[in-house]
Write a protein that binds this ligand. Sequence first.
Ligand SMILES: *Cc1c(COP(=O)(O)O)cnc(C)c1O
Length: 386
Amino acid sequence: MKEHTKLAHAGRHPSDHNGAVNVPVYRASTILFPTMEEFANRSDPSVKIRYALRGTPTSFALEEALTALEGGHNTVLAPSGLQAITMALMAFVKSGDHVLVTDSTYAPTRNFCNQVLANLGVETEYYDPLIGAGIKDLLRDNTTVVWTESPGSHTFEVQDIPAISKAAHEVGAVVMIDNTWSGGYYLKPLSLGADISVHAITKYVGGHSDLMMGAMICNEKTYDRLKTVAGLFGNFASPDDVTLALRGFRTIGVRLPRHFESAMTVAKWLQNRPEVTRVLHPALPDDPGHELWKRDFTGASGLFGFVINTEDRKKISAMMDGWKLYGMGSSWGGYESLLIPAWPADNRTVTDWQTDGQLLRIHVGLEDPEDLIADLEAGFDRLNAA
Ligand SMILES: *Cc1c(COP(=O)(O)O)cnc(C)c1O
């Protein structure tokens, strides 16, 4: 099945639901069994539905859909993207282990490693996101997880997932990637060697800024353990939110190309602005990550960064406080555009972030790019006048 057909059909079983196109919302807790024997045997693997915490046809539908999208073995859902990250890590570490985490990672991932894993006796070592095959020098006998994120949060470095995976597998480490940026549509990390593709479904799969959810798409090697540990933690995703996520899933294939195209238009316009010193977007030919991006990704999403030639708070506030279209807030991946300042140097420990001005992170939504550019132009006028 080709990609758009999968997006339209994966996870749907109309004949199981009176012909309904979409899987109904199973809002449930107790699942009743007709006989004592069936109740007593409810933990048998052949019994798929035993308690709503363990899944219902609603959650199975989204798991199936995401698994199909990324070519995985199976998927575990989580109540948020961050919970998916922490769940995946918890499933593959024990006291005395060593994990390698990219220095460009989403800051809450770092906070979890430093504040929770550290207390459990798990050592986290950060590495240069551009390390590639060189990661072999950092791998130890007790390295159980290599955490990647590509492109990196705020700074957009593209990682060499095949090279990192190959080296990590030589010591038996599990390779995990935060694949939120690509929406699972533009990058298929399991086919590049990663073992678990972790997502904030909150972002592009949700797509409408109205839900929180995470997912861990696993290969065969990792699924059983992750599913078991997530179950031990009581991990769960709400059926109402799963339903919204399924709705978003059906249209990724039309939304993401629009984000991609509009973001490229805006990025190229920004490259020609005198106030902009750098645009961080791997789909631009002069981006340092462009070759790897071209090799591994089939497109780019609407999220990228740019650096402006001032760090003057007053000037930047004048620019940021007057947007007509851009919103300022955490998260991204909805239909609407966002623009925020970012300070990635605070979240680096082994690599430098050169501050040649203020970094701004933009999410290009589904609006007309001409309007988005006009809003930016007015913003630069305010910056220059302040
Ligand atoms: C937002 C985000 C997350 C966390 O997702 P939540 O659903 O907000 O918990 C994880 N990784 C990346 C790269 C993100 O941008």
